[in-house]
Ligand binder design. Structure first.
Ligand code: TXA
Ligand code: MG
Length: 327
């Protein structure tokens, strides 16, 4: 991550936001498609640019946790503890919304999702803009989240007024989402900050069963998906799976932490890496690469499903159209 960002792009971005325009904003997780969260027209433009159903709520990004009280009410102590420990960073808190938060932002629910992103350029834009910025991931609905400015261009082209280039995203997958609006603290979307991390800091149990009526990211089974068909396999089964598709004339590639010795030289291998944080950083890049290579089938070997690895398995399952597995 760079140190002091040059200020002109951030100023320009804040101006665009003030005028009700859309800015592609780098965050530490993925690039966001940002608009003024208090401006109904700007919010409507976000949905239109993404092609996203309008009942799908957005995350509001804030420059500082002190602004929480402008957006949420009845904020439990556990939420403040989490904000203190993890912000700026890849964690989104769902809280009861303050009066006046646009229905278009919350999908008509009585809760709002909030986060302070951990990217210097995003923080500078938020500081200059002053208000809250609604920003879903800057991809067309259902497709892979962008982790570079070039990815955003590929996804949204001129549907966005300004694309800020903050370099490749450090985290690489979306924030952990946790709901603190009900009796139980509930994990809605796994991320690199795990349920155990949350539980330790919140000093309360964290469940993974959303309360009734929550439109959490699990609703749509196929999400974060490339055009190539993604098939999950164990390392042992990957060879057989690849050969089966190759034999039927398909263009197939492999995404895995190791390259099997027997892999045919003509089969592209996308190196997931061994370290889970590195895997998160490269995952979406590789899913996009699969499409650039014209693959019809991508056989993917998920990492071990523990700790932060659970978030990677979740994204891979969704890329394979298998839903969230309950998270
Ligand atoms: O890392 C991230 O969270 C990125 C960056 C740009 O901040 N943003 C992101 O936004 O992933 P998006 O819109 O692609 O995913 C946000 C998810 C949605 O799927 C939505 O279901 C959930 O957050 N969400 C938003 N508001 C909610 C609420 N009030 N209750 C439950 N879920 C909510
Ligand atoms: Mg998204």
């Amino acid at each position: 991550m760079s140190s002091t960002p040059p200020d002109e792009p951030a100023r320009q971005a804040a101006d665009v936001l003030r005028r009700g325009g859309l800015v592609a904003l780098p965050t530490e997780t993925v690039y966001g498609l940002a608009g003024d969260a208090r401006n109904a027209e700007a919010v409507a433009k976000i949905f239109a640019a993404k092609g996203r159903p309008v009942d799908h709520p957005l995350i509001v990004h804030l420059g500082d946790k002190a602004k929480l009280t402008e957006w949420a009410r009845d904020i439990p102590d556990a939420a403040w503890r989490l904000a203190e420990a993890f912000w700026p960073g890849p964690l989104t808190l769902v809280l009861r919304k303050a009066p006046g938060v646009l229905d278009a932002v919350t999908g008509g629910m009585d809760t709002v999702a909030l986060r302070v992103p951990g990217h210097p350029l995003a923080l500078r834009v938020l500081e200059l803009f002053g208000g809250g910025v609604a920003a879903p991931s800057a991809n067309r609905y259902g497709s892979v989240s962008p982790t570079t400015a070039a990815d955003v261009r590929e996804e949204l082209g001129d549907r966005v007024d300004l694309i800020l280039d903050g370099g490749p995203c450090d985290v690489g997958i979306e924030s952990t989402i946790v709901d603190l609006s009900g009796e139980d603290i509930c994990l809605l979307r796994p991320g690199l900050i795990t349920a155990e991390d949350l539980q330790r800091v919140a000093a309360e149990p964290v469940t993974s069963r959303p309360k009734a009526g929550v439109r959490s990211p699990g609703l749509k089974d196929s999400h974060y998906a490339p055009r190539a068909r993604v098939l999950l396999a164990s390392m042992d089964d990957a060879d057989g799976e690849i050969e089966r598709w190759r034999a039927s004339g398909h263009r197939v590639g492999l995404l895995s932490a190791r390259r099997p010795a027997a892999l045919a030289p003509s089969v592209p291998w996308l190196d997931l890496g061994e370290d889970v944080f590195e895997q998160a950083r490269v995952l979406y890049h590789h899913l996009r690469e699969a499409d650039h290579l014209g693959l019809e089938v991508l056989v993917a070997v998920p990492p071990v499903e523990t700790g932060p690895g659970r978030a990677l398995c979740d994204r891979l399952r969704r890329a394979a159209g298998l839903g969230s597995g309950g998270a």
